[in-house]
Write a new protein. Structure first.
Length: 96
């Protein structure tokens, strides 16, 4: 079960501002999803081969070739926030 503390953290990380009704609905949905994955983990998969989405296909690798990039000012032109010539984004890990 997802408690209020975990739900608050999810909202913060996702940048959501939910109403109490939306919060409860999302909490219920996430709980159902986690319950489903728990049920899947109980399946006996002994002897089941790994999933191969496109049997016989291989990755088509290409050479990494340098090319011109955007100028710093051009790349930052639409940034909501910037600091000292870099994109400034909210902290994701650690204490705020």
């Amino acid at each position: 079960m997802i408690d209020d503390r975990v739900m608050a953290r999810i909202e913060q990380l996702a940048g959501l501002e939910l109403s109490p009704e939306e919060r409860e609905a999302l909490k219920a949905d996430l709980t159902r999803i986690l319950d489903y994955f728990q049920k899947l983990s109980e399946l006996d998969t002994q002897g089941v081969p790994p999933f191969e989405p496109l049997p016989g296909q291989v990755n088509a690798w290409r050479e990494d070739e340098p090319a011109e990039s955007l100028a710093q000012g051009e790349s930052l032109a639409n940034a909501p926030e910037q600091e000292a010539g870099y994109f400034k984004v909210p902290r994701v890990f650690g204490e705020p």
